[in-house]
Write a new protein. Structure first.
Lengths: 335, 218
């Protein structure tokens, strides 16, 4: 068997994300005139969460499923960690790539522990290591191993099943995770523990642009045939959508969404003498969205900004509104 | 003269009845076992293709409509009297519910379960052996159970071809119609065939209890 570039590391050192590169990746189904995925080129940096969004039928799922070769590409190259994986044994390859799907797909006749142990077993880990890893993973996703190890999928709520699905995908410590419409599954767990501490490379597919904004370090907006309309950070896509297609995908309220990505300290906080001191306080690291929300909620025109608990200035509602106006090109905001 | 009472008939023919009941049970068991192996192999080889599945299920259904006596008669004309004429017919009947349930069971796995498993590197042999078959198991077992009931009945008819099993009493009763023991012979045939069937059924309840994974129990 050829040496796989996506080796999992030993048990003490969690595997860090590796970059994924798609070169002219194409999927052409026989009997269909147009390619489902037409020569897509994409570079997914190590340790980032990349959201692939697009209308249904644009080929986003096909693109993702070609990365672990659940769908064999017609042509093109997939490089994972710098190595072409299109020639590797596909079953072996998949054991080293995490995979989470919307419908979860836990194996009904196996206990939660056996479900999580699926890939470690395929990789022939010894029993003790597998058992320890299962307990560790269940704890990571917030399920008490003592309580849940011996239960069966049917006995868990949908949310708990989703977390088991994530634990199962992570069990063999893959450097890469693929997620198909993961919804809640990525939310609290993936974002904080996996991404910030483990720096996995995560590719997920969604039709929900807001989910992509919330979770993605980068977003690839695809149109039909898996053509990339825009591939950029959420901030940049909101601020400068490449074309009408991307704009239509962003939908209503781009200006407000953008406030999620700007911090209070990006504004001039110089203590205005005429600004009335406010009892409401936001931290400098808060987003403008949070500050605006506070003001709207409390009926205030300004709030105090604090750093390490000490007031350093004031942010006014007018400052935020003018920021929205200057960065938004076409967006009109009703104040 | 009044012949023997039923209880006297039973005690006089005790040894014979026990031997025939054993024959009947064993012959049924062998036929069901063979039908299970063959039926599952057929189900496994066709379940992935709709065309093959339809062809197999409808062929089996046609076989099922053929009268067993006619089939026994046909086989006797080919291989002569004896067990060689019994096995093919009984096994053919016994396979139908197993093939049908086998196919249904193997196709019943949730596509999401299969996709997730494949996406994590479960190969095709493991997929069948460790995922599809265990998920299908309760349905397959139900098919084997129906098959066993059916087989116990068909084996009774097989006595027409070879003097084995409880069917002999039924044929004796018909041959000696009007004679003193006719009724007792017929009743022995009915009761003991039913008894064999009930014991088989009880065995399946136990098998199901011990082989169904906890997660699959309703």
């Amino acid at each position: 068997m050829p040496e796989s570039p996506v080796q999992t590391t030993d048990e003490h050192q969690p595997a860090r994300g590796v970059p994924i590169v798609l070169k002219d990746l194409t999927k052409h189904y026989p009997g269909q005139e147009k390619a489902a995925v037409d020569a897509i080129n994409m570079h997914i940096p190590a340790g980032e969460i990349v959201a692939i969004v697009g209308p249904s039928g644009c080929g986003k799922t096909t693109t993702m499923r070609m990365i672990n070769r659940l769908i064999e590409p017609t042509s093109g190259v997939i490089e994972i960690g710098g190595e072409d994986v299109t020639k590797l044994d596909d079953v072996q390859l998949r054991r080293r790539i995490g995979y989470v799907i919307q419908q979860i797909g836990l194996i009904p006749h196996l206990s939660i522990a056996a479900n999580v142990a699926l890939v470690p077993k395929l990789l022939k880990w010894d029993k003790k290591r597998t058992r320890d890893r299962v307990d560790e993973m269940l704890s990571v996703v917030g399920l008490d191993p003592e309580q849940y190890r011996h239960r069966y999928p049917r006995q868990l709520s949908g949310g708990q099943q989703q977390r088991v699905g994530v634990a199962r995908a992570l069990a063999a410590d893959p450097p890469i995770m693929l997620m198909d419409e993961p919804f809640g599954a990525v939310d609290p767990i993936t974002r904080s523990r996996l991404q910030e501490t483990l720096r996995k490379t995560i590719v997920f597919v969604t039709h929900d642009f807001d989910e992509a904004l919330k979770l993605g370090d980068r977003i690839a907006v695809l149109r039909e045939g898996s053509q990339i309309a825009q591939y950029d950070t959420p901030e940049q896509i909101l601020a400068t959508p490449a074309d009408e297609f991307v704009e239509s995908f962003i939908g209503e309220g781009a200006a407000l969404k953008r406030l999620h990505f700007e911090r209070v300290d990006s504004l001039d906080l110089g203590a205005e003498p005429d600004a009335q001191p406010s009892r409401e306080v936001v931290d400098v690291s808060s987003t403008l969205h949070a500050a605006l929300d506070l003001m709207v909620g409390k009926g205030l025109r300004s709030v105090t900004v604090a750093k390490d608990g000490r007031p350093v200035g004031v942010v006014r509602i007018d400052d935020i509104l003018s920021r929205v106006h200057t960065t938004g090109d076409a967006d009109q905001v009703e104040a | 003269m009044n012949g023997l009472s039923f209880s006297d008939y039973l005690s006089q023919n005790r040894t014979d009845i026990i031997v025939r009941t054993q024959q009947h049970a064993l012959l049924s068991f062998y036929c069901v076992a063979l039908a299970t192996i063959l039926g599952l192999l057929i189900a496994i080889s066709v379940y992935r293709s709709n065309i093959k599945t339809n062809f197999t299920v409808s062929t089996a259904a046609v076989v099922f409509t053929l009268p067993s006596v006619a089939l026994f008669g046909f086989l006797v004309s080919v291989v002569g009297y004896g067990l060689a004429a019994v096995f093919p017919v009984v096994v053919a009947y016994a396979m139908l519910p197993i093939i049908r349930n086998g196919i249904v069971g193997l196709q019943s796995a949730d596509p999401a379960v299969l996709d997730a498993a494949r996406g994590m590197g479960v190969g095709s042999f493991r997929m069948l052996w460790q995922i599809r078959l265990p998920i299908a198991w309760p349905v397959i077992l139900a098919g084997v159970r129906v098959s066993a009931q059916l087989t116990v009945g068909v084996v009774a008819i097989a006595a027409f071809v070879t003097p084995v099993g409880l069917g002999e009493y039924g044929y004796d009763a018909l041959d000696n119609l009007g004679s003193v023991n006719t009724k007792s012979e017929a009743i022995v045939c009915i009761i003991f065939v039913a008894l064999v069937a009930l014991v088989f059924d009880a065995v399946f309840v136990v098998i199901r209890r011990f082989t169904t994974p906890r997660g699959s129990r309703a």
